[in-house]
Ligand binder design. Structure first.
Ligand code: 13P
Length: 253
């Protein structure tokens, strides 16, 4: 059974003190989450990670990073390695977010290198995939998503796939208030799972969690989570406040 993973991507919001405050609030409000129905994670800016890890120690809320560099160490000014994330107590790492693909020109190849390294160092990658509005309008949504999935997973052995989460985030739905309808999202999620079947096998595809991301809010979370191939949410704006994130994590109520 796939337990939905609700992960908050804090993006470049929350300074060190604000991050600790939010983590403290989440620690309180998420105490009674039904672990059979929902798993919560937060992905703060890198500089906030140690503070957030320390607050959330001993809770069920896992901490993720938003990016990493695909090297163990070296002269790479400004970058952070998988080893460093591990040593800070990080569990998940978001890779290939559309904002990184767009603003930092990350290619499928670069993202694949990061997925490989994350797995090698015991991190759990959240591989982001998703088409832009112009791709959808031109009828290319499936092709783009397939390229993101196959490119991102290239060379990843079947045994490692249980550690991989995929996040489908249609770029046109991010921060715009426009959510993909549950049927639109389900259609792509089923397609992603079918792509994983073709790359691996059915059992592997059934074990991989596929999150939806893009304007997930307390009022649409339940319907989205009700779709057969939607196994969680990657939440931006609504993850920045404890009450709205709580409501999404407890979508089952
Ligand atoms: P919003 O929830 O703000 O649309 O952001 C989605 C996102 O990009 C999460 O990674």
């Amino acid at each position: 059974m796939r337990i939905p993973l609700i992960a908050g991507n804090w993006k470049m919001y929350k300074d060190v003190n604000e991050a600790v405050e939010l983590a403290q609030s989440l620690k309180n409000v998420l105490k009674d989450v039904d672990a059979n129905k929902s798993e919560a994670a937060v992905c703060p800016p890198a500089i906030d990670i140690p503070g957030v890890v320390s607050v959330l120690k001993g809770t069920n809320i896992r901490v993720g990073a938003q990016n990493m560099y695909a090297k163990q160490e070296g002269a790479f000014t400004g970058e952070i390695s998988p080893l460093m994330l591990r040593s800070a107590g990080v569990h998940y790492v978001i890779l290939g977010h559309s904002e990184r693909r767009e603003y930092f020109k990350e290619s499928n190849e670069m993202i694949n290198g990061k997925v490989r390294m994350a797995l090698e160092y015991g991190l759990f990658p959240i591989l982001c995939v998703g088409e832009k509005l112009e791709d959808r309008e031109a009828g290319r949504a499936f092709d783009i998503v397939k390229a993101h999935v196959t490119g991102g997973l290239s060379g990843i052995p079947k045994e490692k796939m249980a550690n991989v989460v995929i996040a489908y985030e249609p770029v046109w739905a991010i921060g715009t208030g426009k959510t993909a309808t549950p049927d639109q999202a389900q259609e792509i999620h089923a397609f992603i799972r079918k792509t994983i079947v073709s790359l691996y096998d059915d059992a592997t595809a059934q074990s991989v969690r596929i999150q939806y991301g893009g304007s997930v809010k307390p009022d649409n979370a339940k319907t989205l989570m009700g779709m057969p191939d939607i196994d969680g949410a990657l939440v931006g704006g609504a993850a920045l406040k404890a009450d709205s994130f709580e409501a999404i994590v407890k979508y089952y109520k």
